[in-house]
Design a protein around this ligand. Structure first.
Ligand code: BGC
Length: 414
């Protein structure tokens, strides 16, 4: 083979192997202050790899609006390259036959070794990776404004009984005890933490993961529902419909003392320049110190029409799992990396606590999936449960027994 021929061949191969920069469209619902900062890191990472980022952001905490938008795009045959989808919903999309496998990237990078099984299992459909995880959020947190508690001479509640003592003291001191956002996903987020505090991890597993009818109708569930409803007098009249980040802003600005919310709330405190341990406290939701409700954000990949687009997806998958991205993204997002073994030195005390508690709860069998955040049940079941909890919260005449019966019926919706 003569020299000129060889160089022509090499050039040809180069052309074949160097994919063009792709436009990568990514659906997500990260639009609040802290969330947007984290999403910007993702965009920066992809642009750094020479791809064009096409933002498909659909506002609305918890992602219900985003999922509606996604369905109509997939039905019309124009799915985005990737979408923020989590938990059992990944399987549901897999069943539709519209997902693209990222197994080649996952195998090359050894994802099976980098992820705890509780995470990697969720990312696979029929044994192949179709999603990449970016974080682990903890849902069972209480966010506290320590200055307001001090004013009321109240202590940070560790148990459910203490919670009511603290809320009463705050109320007497003329301070709004709870920052509450009355939207279905938020109602269930708060109820989930209360149920865990009242019943513990075993009860939670039986009722919300196994969907065991006896547990759903048990006296423990009745107690959990009663306790949840007792929070209502400690919320304000503008709670209905309030977005979660506006509720967090009430704690940030000293308008309310505490909020039950996952650690995406920390992203809001940080974006407002607040310092954990000083301006705000993160403590386990009362009665749940030993347990951990996990919520893993992940991106699912859809079948795309061209090789360039596929290359863009593979680069995205690889970027999402890279140590640098998992660190920077999670420092902004309030969560911890999904990858194990990353250095937590740059994380604040809330992040460090989350990481330690994640491992400890996995060992102690008290690590449970957040059902309110789509990690425990099929989406239709979850939607039916949401409806019951919100109806119960809003209807003062509905009893805990009636709500428990309705939950048992909702658990059968598939
Ligand atoms: C997601 C978080 C998000 C939160 C509020 C949760 O379901 O996992 O990433 O910040 O909803 O929108």
């Amino acid at each position: 083979m003569s020299y000129p021929k060889l160089s022509a061949l090499t050039a040809g191969m180069m052309l074949a192997f160097t994919a063009q920069a792709a436009e990568v469209e990514v659906l997500h619902w990260w639009t609040s202050g802290g969330e947007a900062k984290a999403a910007a890191e993702l965009k920066k990472t992809m642009e750094g790899k020479g791809h064009k980022w096409k933002d498909f952001a659909v506002a609305g905490g918890g992602g219900e609006n985003a999922m509606t938008a996604l369905k109509s795009r997939v039905v019309s045959g124009q799915p985005p390259a990737a979408a923020q989808i989590k938990g059992p919903a990944i399987q549901e999309w897999g069943e539709e036959g519209v997902l693209s496998s990222m197994d080649s990237v996952a195998k090359k990078e050894g994802w099976d070794k980098l992820l705890p099984p509780v995470v990697s299992n969720v990312m696979k459909y029929k044994g192949q990776y179709v999603a990449a995880p970016v974080n682990v959020h903890r849902v069972n947190w209480l966010w506290v404004n320590p200055e307001l508690l001090k004013k009321a001479n109240a202590k940070v509640p560790a148990t459910i009984d203490e919670l009511f003592v603290t809320m009463e003291a705050l109320k007497k001191a003329g301070i709004q005890p709870l920052a509450y956002g009355g939207q279905p996903w938020q109602d269930s987020t708060v109820f989930e933490s209360i149920a865990l505090g009242v019943g513990g991890a075993d009860f939670y597993q039986k009722a919300f993961v196994k969907l065991d009818a006896a547990a759903i109708k048990s006296p423990t569930m009745i107690k959990a529902l009663d306790t949840y409803k007792k929070l209502k007098p400690y919320t304000d009249k503008n709670a209905p419909g309030r977005e979660w980040n506006l509720a967090t802003a009430m704690v940030i600005n000293g308008k309310a003392a505490m909020q039950f919310m996952g650690d995406w709330a920390k992203g809001e405190f940080l974006a407002a320049g607040k310092v954990p341990g000083k301006d705000f406290l993160c403590v386990a939701a009362p009665g749940t110190e030993k347990a951990f409700t996990f919520n893993i954000d992940s991106f699912v990949f859809f079948k795309v029409p061209s090789k360039d687009a596929e290359k863009g997806q593979q680069d995205l998958a690889s970027a999402l799992m890279s140590p640098a991205f998992q660190q920077t993204f999670n420092l902004n997002k309030g969560s911890i990396p999904a990858r194990t073994g990353l250095d937590m030195a740059k994380f604040d005390d809330c992040g460090k606590k989350s990481s330690t508690d994640f491992s400890a709860s996995a060992k102690g069998n008290t690590l449970v999936p957040s059902w309110a955040h789509g990690m425990a049940m099929r989406s239709a079941t979850q939607g039916a449960m949401y409806d019951v909890i919100s109806q119960y919260w809003n209807d003062d005449k509905m009893t805990a027994q009636q709500a428990a019966d309705k939950l048992a019926a909702a658990a059968k919706v598939m």
